[in-house]
Ligand binder design. Structure first.
Ligand code: NAD
Length: 356
């Protein structure tokens, strides 16, 4: 017997190779005239390309998006948007750039068009994060949800292979935790399984041939579905650990997710059978003769991305601090959170051993 609550958010998604060409049409559909274009310094060229495409509809470029949205950057971007008379913002980039767009929208209500170029999935969620005095505050607010999302796989061709793998596994983590979330629902179960399936199919191909547009399209499709999963169900131990490690020790987002996920999955194995059945199907774990946790670990290891937290520079002392933090303000999790098994989880992730 099923019993759930499902909230559908109004959002327009335009998907397809070359779909960036529809940007002006989408801005017009929002009733907007002047767009502030956001990017990281590294993706300035993409922002300039967008500005050229928009001509008079481009109000300007703000290219200082960085990880974790420092409040100072958010304030500066809001000021620039207001000075330039922007009535919408276009965020082209990964989760950091989308996050800056969300910080602007939170304050001003400016509509955001997100053009994701990684698999992080932020564009699908009402979750925002802003860092003030070294502390990242997160919250949920419908104002920050991008009104329109343009998924153009051509824009992901330049995503380095390593980041493609780790960002893809970051996306899988959203779906995995959605599958065993206390507030999951059958719609999201379908999307989550399909999202993991698409990514598990695409990532090995991208490792061999990073410019394979079919595989890029498959991966971005999977990332979209996994982002939806993140938006529509609560997070559990995996996200709690990654938020702690990323927020307090400044570890890189996608790599941290990649390293922790196999161990979080091993921790919860046995506590959510239906979720693990779906994941096993998506990852072809039974055919491979391995567990779900091992399948994710092998996906990372076989494709040359880090599998040990110590390789990201985390010390053993910091690991113990992370354990204490992870036990505070716990997220609901299918298996109760206990110090000793959690310590083992973190230690295994630190050493980079294959889950048993
Ligand atoms: N609020 C949410 O729902 C949510 C969800 C997921 C992630 N996030 C946040 O997003 C951030 C991480 O995002 P991310 O993993 O996408 O990394 P990122 O946005 O920080 O990008 C990493 C680097 O890759 C570059 N890059 C991105 N796409 C590229 C491309 N196609 N080609 C070449 N270079 C490219 C970026 O410019 C940047 O230098 C974190 O701060 C995380 O907390 C938020």
């Amino acid at each position: 017997m099923i019993d759930f609550v499902y909230l559908s958010q109004p959002q327009r998604v335009v998907f397809g190779a070359g779909s960036l060409q529809h940007l002006e049409r989408e801005i017009v559909a929002l009733g907007a005239q002047r767009a502030l274009i956001l990017s990281t310094p590294e993706q300035r060229a993409s922002a300039e390309r967008v500005a050229d495409m928009l001509g008079a509809r481009a109000a300007g470029i703000f290219d200082r998006a960085v990880m974790h949205v420092p409040i100072e950057t958010a304030r500066e971007a809001r000021q620039v948007a207001s000075q330039l008379g922007a009535d919408c913002a276009v965020a082209i980039g990964g989760g950091s750039t989308t996050g800056l767009g969300k910080a602007i929208a939170l304050d001003s209500g400016l509509p955001i068009v997100a053009i994701p170029t990684t698999y992080a999935g932020s564009e699908m969620t009402t979750i925002y994060g802003i860092t003030e005095a070294g502390l990242k505050k997160t919250g949920r607010d419908t104002r920050v949800l991008p009104r329109t999302v343009i998924y153009d796989p051509e824009l992901t061709l330049s995503l380095p292979v390593g980041l493609s793998i780790t960002s893809g596994i970051n996306a899988m983590a959203h779906a995995a935790e959605c599958l065993y979330a206390v507030d999951g629902n059958p719609i999201m179960d379908l999307l989550s399984e399909e999202g993991i399936t698409a990514l598990a199919r695409a990532l090995p191909v991208l490792h061999q041939q990073p410019t394979d547009i079919e595989a890029r399209s498959d991966a971005l499709y999977g990332a979209w579905l996994c982002g939806q999963a993140l938006a529509n169900a609560g997070m559990a131990i995996h996200h709690k650990l990654c938020h702690t490690l990323g927020g307090s020790f400044n570890l890189p987002h996608a790599e941290t997710h990649t390293i922790v996920l196999p161990h979080a999955l091993a921790y919860n194995q046995g506590s959510a059978p239906a979720a693990y059945q779906r994941m096993a199907r998506a990852l072809k774990a039974t055919e491979r003769g391995c567990s779900v946790a091992q399948a994710v670990y092998d996906l990372a290891k076989d494709h040359g991305v880090p599998v040990a937290l110590r390789d990201l520079g985390l010390t053993e002392a910091q690991l113990n601090q992370a354990l204490d933090m992870a036990l505070q303000n716990q997220y609901p999790n299918p298996r109760p959170l206990q110090r000793e098994p959690l310590k083992e989880l973190l230690y295994n992730a630190w050493q980079g051993v294959r889950p048993a």
